[in-house]
Structure formats: C-alpha cells, structure tokens
Design a protein around this ligand. Structure first.
Ligand code: IMP
Ligand code: MG
Length: 173
C-alpha cells in the first residue's frame, strides 16, 4: 500500500504478534481442560481474532456476531446487533473478542445479552483499550495494549471501512 502521511505508527506487526502470543498463553492456561467459545465481534476484530485463536494451545469453538455504532470517528451511541451468533452458549465458557474498547458501551451491550443466556462464564479479550473516564468496569478482562484518546486504524480497525488491511496499528492524524 502507498505510504500515507496521515498515518503514524503506534504498534508494529512484531510487537502485536508478541503480545497476542502472551495473551493466548494466559487464556490457554486459564481455560486449561475446557473448550470455550470465542466470539468474534465483526468487523473490527476479524484479524486479531484469527491470530488469537491460532495462538491458543487448547481446544475451542468459534462464532461470529456483528454490531455497529460508529460513523466516521464518532460513536452514534446506539448499538445495533446486525448479526447474532449461531452456537448455543448455555452452560459454556464465552470469550468475547473485541478490537478496541472506548466507552465500553458495545462490550456492555454484549455482556448484558450474554448474561441472559446462562453461560458458565463470560470473559472479554480486547486488542486495545482507550483510556476513558466513562469506561464501564469490566471483569475477566484481557487487554493487549492501552492507548490514549486518539483514533487508531489498521490491523482490522477502520476509518469509514478503510485501513483494515494494514498489518500494523497506526494513529490517524
Ligand atoms: P465503544 O462502544 O465506545 O467502546 O466503542 C467500541 C467500538 O467502536 C469498537 O469495537 C470499534 O469498532 C469502534 N472504535 C472505537 N474507537 C476506535 C478507533 O480509534 N478506531 C477504530 N474504531 C474504533
Ligand atoms: Mg468493534
């Protein structure tokens, strides 16, 4: 891809891979002997999800859901479930895989949905977490990297559907 002057590198490919391997190790350790269901939150998580599941040393099942709330750089605050999962999650360990948590509204919306389904446990894995005073407190959380209140793209993350295919994570200026 042509070099874009508005993109400032934040995390290189190698840094991301190293961090994911560590996260994969701790998830594998914590779910040793279990077969959790990992739920990919589309679209942003698709690349992180593919790398994360391949870093696990335990058996797992996978499923996908799709939510939307963002337009450009801003959240509309209204979360719409565009596609639901297909697996039955009753009595299962659920691991929700997000690309980035900002206000936490999306993840909270998903948590409330899964809580009604009598899962055995619900955990959250996110590649990035923005420092945000409005964050909801979360339990069972695995975080790749903390970032500031800046708009980031690449490695699955988009700005108006662009930049998802970049291998590294960039700040969009
Ligand atoms: P929240 O509901 O405010 O936590 O926002 C979460 C969702 O907004 C994420 O899953 C992303 O899809 C999107 N999002 C938030 N911040 C960014 C960003 O900096 N770049 C790209 N997408 C973002
Ligand atoms: Mg997302």
């Amino acid at each position: 891809m042509k070099k874009n002057p508005n993109l400032e590198i934040l995390f290189h490919k190698a840094q991301i891979q190293k961090r994911i391997n560590k996260m994969g190790c701790s998830i594998s350790k914590n779910f040793n002997g279990e077969i959790p269901i990992l739920v990919c939150v589309l679209n942003g998580s698709f690349i992180f999800f593919a790398d994360l599941v391949r870093s696990l040393s335990i058996d797992c099942e996978i499923d996908f859901l799709k939510v939307s709330s963002y337009q450009g750089r801003k959240t509309t605050g209204r979360i719409i479930l565009e596609k639901d999962i297909s697996l039955n999650v009753y009595g299962r360990h659920i691991i929700i895989v997000e690309d980035i948590i900002d206000s936490g509204k999306t993840v909270n919306f998903l948590l409330e949905r899964f809580k009604k389904k009598n899962c055995l446990s619900i955990s959250i894995v996110t590649m990035l977490k923005k420092s945000n005073k409005f964050n909801f407190p979360l339990i069972n959380e695995y975080i790749g990297f903390e970032v500031k209140q800046e708009f980031v793209v690449g490695y699955g993350l988009d700005y108006n559907q662009r930049f998802r295919n970049l291998e590294a994570i960039y700040i969009l200026n």
